[in-house]
Design a protein around this ligand. Structure first.
Ligand SMILES: [Fe+2]
Ligand SMILES: [Fe+2]
Length: 257
């Protein structure tokens, strides 16, 4: 068995859909694919993309990203949509909760970004009002912290596991996984990128590998004993002159036994 990772599929771009469609239907039938969020906002597109990948892999794991929770014309709010997607996943055999497989456990972790993630003392917020989530996500009034709400959904799974743990989330769990502000094109990104409390959950389950997405910046780095990997398909324009593999092999029993 092999485990592959990807994120930020954004299949509303036809090129992205075609890249996924072009993945072999036979090569991965004994393998796992982890999709760390951001397929798109259209529910039919989310379903079609998950079904396309489900047929190619033995197991498919997924958490919704921020794009999935955009409400565009629908009457309900983003949490309704989140749970609609989770229910959809149950019907098409896509895992959104932990599952033990052979000698490891794969743990999906729900998350949202929080401002504490941004450690700069004098952040440049000039351009944050252009962030689409603030227009397209609609939250119930009784939620104080969206980040805390999603982390609370994980709480029942936060415990030590006897098997090797591989976890994943859409958002970033550590500030080191984003370049310093001077290198960022969108200077306000650290405000809407991650959650430091998410990393506490990752460490509490004793994760060895954590997959994440959202920033569309690929990483493979070990920090304090945990290997953090992003392999984002990203937008077609972001692939120009940059290698962006559709899926990345992150673990194989042929290598590790
Ligand atoms: Fe994305
Ligand atoms: Fe995202």
């Amino acid at each position: 068995m092999r485990i592959f990772a990807t994120s930020d599929l954004h299949t509303d771009f036809r090129d992205n859909w075609l890249l996924l469609k072009g993945l072999s239907s036979t090569l991965y039938q004994n393998d796992v694919l982890i999709v760390a969020g951001d397929i798109g906002h259209n529910i039919d597109l989310i379903k079609n993309t998950l079904e396309l990948l489900r047929a190619k892999f033995k197991f498919l794991f997924y958490v919704p990203g921020n794009h999935e929770l955009w409400i565009r014309g629908e009457g309900h709010h983003s949490l309704d949509k989140f749970f609609t997607i989770i229910e959809l996943c149950k019907h098409i055999d896509v895992n959104t909760s932990p599952l033990e497989l052979e000698n490891f456990v794969i743990i999906p972790l729900f998350s949202w970004y929080e401002k504490e993630f941004d450690i700069d003392e004098d952040p440049n917020l000039d351009r944050l009002d252009s962030w689409s989530d603030f227009y397209f996500c609609k939250w119930p009034e009784n939620i104080n912290s969206i980040a805390n709400y999603f982390l609370s959904l994980n709480q029942k799974y936060i415990k030590p596991y006897s098997k090797k743990v591989i976890s994943f989330s859409h958002f970033l769990p550590r500030r080191e996984l984003l370049p310093s502000r001077e290198w960022l094109r969108f200077k306000a990104l650290p405000q809407v990128a991650g959650s430091i409390h998410l990393d506490k959950q990752i460490r509490a389950v004793n994760s060895t590998i954590h997959i994440f997405g959202h920033s569309h910046m690929n990483w493979d780095v070990t920090i304090k004993g945990i290997r953090y990997i992003q392999n984002a398909l990203s937008y077609p324009r972001e692939r120009i002159n940059r290698e962006k593999p559709t899926i990345k092999l992150i673990w194989s029993d042929e290598i590790e036994g």
